[in-house]
Structure formats: structure tokens, C-alpha cells
Design a binder for this molecule. Sequence first.
Ligand code: NAP
Length: 330
Amino acid sequence: MRAVVMTEPSDGPDRTEVRDVDEPNPDSGQLTVEVEHAGVNFIDVMARRGDPGYASSWPYVPGLEVAGTVRALGDDVTGFSVGQRVAAFTRGGGLAEVAVADSRLVVPLPERVDTASASAAPLMLATAYLLLTDAGRFRPGDAVLMYSAGGGVGSALAALVPVLGGGRLIGTVTRADKVDAVRQLGWDVVLPLEADMTDAIRAVAPDGVDLILDPTGTRMLDVDLDVAAPSGRIVLFGNAGGGTPDPLPPAGRLIGGNLAIGGFSMSSLTAAAPARAASALGTVLGLLAEGTVRLPITEVGSLDEVAATHQLLAEGRGTGKYVVSVQRTR
Ligand SMILES: NC(=O)c1ccc[n+]([C@@H]2O[C@H](COP(=O)([O-])OP(=O)(O)OC[C@H]3O[C@@H](n4cnc5c(N)ncnc54)[C@H](OP(=O)(O)O)[C@@H]3O)[C@@H](O)[C@H]2O)c1
């Protein structure tokens, strides 16, 4: 079968190629999925550049979310049948014609949800849903700030907040030329990311920000603490710039500011509490099936175009969510 293979760490697309590799077989507790669509993510770029904890080994087949049909079942797997339409979290290996998944992280696809949208549900839509409802304890009317608003998670947040009761959405983007496009995703205010953001954020949220969703490691944490409203929640959920995060601030700053800092990692949740991750995936697939949530998705035509898409994401040139159409060649 064909798969996207990253041969060794690199800052560019030069070590990513499409290769013929052995098709995986499901072990006990697993099933394999004949992939129709797979999500393309910034986290693949973090694996590509060799950030610790992302690529399990080299060469590495990236890909953390897929949708398609069940191809084969491990010995003890029940509740699924060959040919059934599903969406799944994968632990790498999703950008391939066949992917293996832990059956606890596979969810049947409602009839009305197409595989392109479904392939964006595990890591993008379910992450945005849990960031808001679980880690972020979103309340209707909250002012919400997110860095990297123009990516997949950002576009999912903009779609979900109105469904959860509405709020004021303030996002940042790494490139000023993306401001208009990202406003069209549903963000009320879009600010280009600059060296000091405190004044710019205070100007648009004079009463402070209730929920801050921050995938930039600890780079923006001082700003987060400065602009957070009393009872504000700060959720750290990534390390987009790479490097080692700084220590957290002293307790006095949190106590004095009535602030909470939390963390969120979907991959850790899938390992530690797979039922919760699968439940969130089932919920967001239900929202897609009802038509309550609509996602703007850009479909990339084949696995051969994935390396260039990763580079687009690495350079911050993308807007919204990218998924790849995977057609089996033989
Ligand atoms: N913890 C989790 O479970 C989890 C799950 C999914 C994603 N994430 C994190 O959430 C972030 C966005 O992911 P995504 O899937 O939405 O991205 P995506 O759709 O792949 O798009 C890439 C986004 O990354 C942003 N970006 C690129 N280089 C950056 C940098 N050096 N500093 C800050 N932002 C940068 C760009 O933001 P602009 O729009 O600002 O240009 C762009 O929107 C990533 O950092 C990712 O690691 C975490």
C-alpha cells in the first residue's frame, strides 16, 4: 500500500515521500481502516521537525485522524463489521491507504456525514469541543482568546462557540495577510501576532478574557496572565514554536488573579482515557450529522500532495482545515 513516509527529521518537505510499505494487520484490540480521507495537521509538522514526543520512530508515517471503512478486525474485536463506515483516532500512520487503530478509538460514522468532514473530526473538532467544554469550562457569553485562530482547531472553535451558547471570539494569526480570511471563519476580532500583544488584546477586551486557549507553549503566558479576567481559565494545549516550555508562574500570581491554568492533549487523552476521547468524537460527529456545525474544509487531492501541504502549514500560509483524499491505487 502507499503511505506518506518521513525518512528523518527536517524543517522542510525534502525528507517526506510517498512509498510502498507493508499493509498493517490488526493486533488484538485493533482494527484496520481503508482510508478514504485523512486529516493533515500542524502536529505532523512538529513530528517532521523532530520535536520530542511526536514521531514514535524513524522512518515515521504521520497521520492522527482518518475516516473510511473497516478493512479487517483483530481477533477479539466486537461491535464493528468489515465494510462499516467509521472515523478514528490513529497513533500515527493515518496518512496511508490503510491505517491501524485501537478499536476503543473508532466510532461508527452517521450516514449523513461524509468522510472528508469526518476525517477532520477526531483531532480538530473533538479537540476544539473538549477544549471548550471540558478543559476550558466555557460559559455562554465568555470572551475567548485563541492563538493560531486560522488553523483547523481555530475554525472548529469558531463553529462550536455559537452552538454552545455564543461568546466573543478573539483570535490571533501569525501573518497579517490572513486577517480577513480568518474573520470569515467566524472570529469577531482577528489580531496579527506581534511581539507584545497585551495592549492590543486589552483594547478589544477591556474587561479581560474569560477563556484563553494557547497552543504556543509558554511563549505567550505572561500576556495570558495580564489579559485574563478574574476567574479566567488559561488552557495550554501545544508548543507550536518548539523548544522547552518555561516553568509555570508562582502560585501567588494565580491566587491573586483568581486564575486557573490547565493543560490539554488529545493524544494523551486517547491513551489515558480512550472512552472519553471516543465519546467526544461521537458527539461532534452527531453535530455534523444534524447540520448544527459546518466545517470549512480544503481537500487535498492525493497523498502525493501532503508534503507540500505540511510545508504550507509550517509557513503559516494555510487557512482552515486540510484533509487529503486517499484513493487506493491497487
Ligand atoms: N493539544 C492537542 O490535543 C492539540 C490538538 C490539535 C492541535 N493542537 C495544536 O493547536 C495548534 C493549531 O493546530 P491546528 O491543527 O489548528 O493547525 P493547522 O490547521 O495545522 O494550521 C496550522 C496553524 O498553526 C499556526 N502556526 C504555525 N506556525 C506557528 C508558530 N510558530 N506559532 C504559532 N502558531 C503557528 C498557524 O496559525 P495562524 O493561523 O496564526 O497563522 C496555523 O493556523 C498547533 O500548535 C497544534 O499543535 C493541539
